[in-house]
Ligand binder design. Structure first.
Ligand code: NDP
Length: 292
């Protein structure tokens, strides 16, 4: 019997726990605040940012939003980051990616105060993650780790295959799984015979951005399958498209012991983990322990 992980439900429970932590902070006179910075007119980026703002408001986290004209020079964005770094009301800073081509993304990530870097992308925080001493775990892999733990998936000694090696998902995921004592293979677009690798795996995390790349024929009975992918594909419906993951759900579900759906799997956890990191940032900056 396959367990379908309900990411919405797990995320809701986590948000409830975080709301209690926010209360603890407020009782100690600390109002947590997250700044979102948008330098883009991309509708998807606008949607992501407004969802993050709404999530904050629901939890009692103050949301500060800054929009910068994407035509303006990069220095405008750098100045905003410097100001937010210096603002004591701001505990976390999130610059919505991607930034325009004329902006140096690495400089953006380097410029954010590592103590406020709730995405976990600053080189210092990447280094700490790799060294096994993370300050902020990047939201998506942290959400995957949390879902696997919540579903009781044994990682110690498990063979895990991650499909994708991006800086925001695949690579940090590999480090988190290694730290849970899994044996980790990271596959990518140059990987030879992906199916042979996924068939040998106890845990598959698909994060390639390729619709339905991993199907049931590539899995062995009893695998834990986590689908990070979110892909728009044409569909004969009102919107003209639907969202599918990187896993071909129906055939994979036949083989999987546990599986995450798309939507309603990893997505809500990514959002919840941003709140987690913001609460953690406020707690450590203000020296009010909240047990996270
Ligand atoms: P990237 O495009 O940055 O990285 C994709 C990775 O997949 C690359 O490492 C690439 O290899 C690899 N890849 C591409 N094609 C194949 C293939 N055929 N076989 C094996 N590996 C392949 O994507 P992201 O990591 O940013 O995102 C991955 C997916 O997850 C996307 O669908 C994205 O929308 C989704 N996502 C979902 C989130 C959520 O909250 N649910 C959050 C973040 C992302 P190479 O390095 O060789 O190019």
């Amino acid at each position: 019997m396959t367990t379908v992980i309900d990411g919405d439900a797990v995320a809701k429970d986590l948000r409830d726990e975080l709301a209690a932590r926010v209360e603890t902070l407020k009782e100690s006179g600390v109002q947590p605040g997250l700044a979102t910075v948008l330098m883009s007119e991309d509708p998807a980026s606008e949607t992501y940012v407004s969802m993050k703002q709404r999530d904050c408001e629901e939890l009692g986290i103050e949301s500060i939003h800054v929009e910068i004209d994407p035509e303006k020079p990069a220095e405008g964005l750098y100045g905003v980051i410097d100001d937010l770094n210096a603002d004591p009301n701001v505990n976390g800073i999130l610059v919505q990616l991607p930034v325009p081509d004329h902006v140096d993304k690495r400089e953006v990530l380097r410029r954010i105060d590592p103590a406020k870097d709730v995405d976990g992308f600053h080189p210092e925080n990447v280094g700490r993650l790799v060294a096994g001493n993370p300050r902020f775990k990047p939201c998506t892999p942290h959400g995957v780790e949390y879902l696997l733990d919540d579903a009781g998936v044994e990682l110690d000694g498990a063979d895990a295959v991650i499909v994708g090696r991006s800086d925001i998902v695949g690579k940090p995921m590999a480090h988190l799984l290694l730290q849970s004592d899994a044996t980790v293979t990271v596959a990518h677009s140059h990987t030879d015979d992906l199916a042979a690798k996924t068939r040998d795996a106890d845990v598959v995390v698909a994060a390639a951005g390729v619709p339905e790349l991993v199907d049931g024929s590539m899995l062995t009975e009893g695998t834990a399958v986590v689908d990070v992918g979110v892909n728009r594909v044409d569909a004969d419906n009102e919107k003209g498209y639907e969202l599918v993951g990187d896993v071909e759900y129906e055939s994979a579900k036949e083989k999987a012991d546990v599986i995450t759906p798309v939507p309603g799997g990893v997505g809500p956890m990514t959002r919840a983990m941003l709140l987690y990191n913001t609460v953690k940032a406020a707690s450590s900056q203000e020296d009010v322990p909240v047990d996270l």
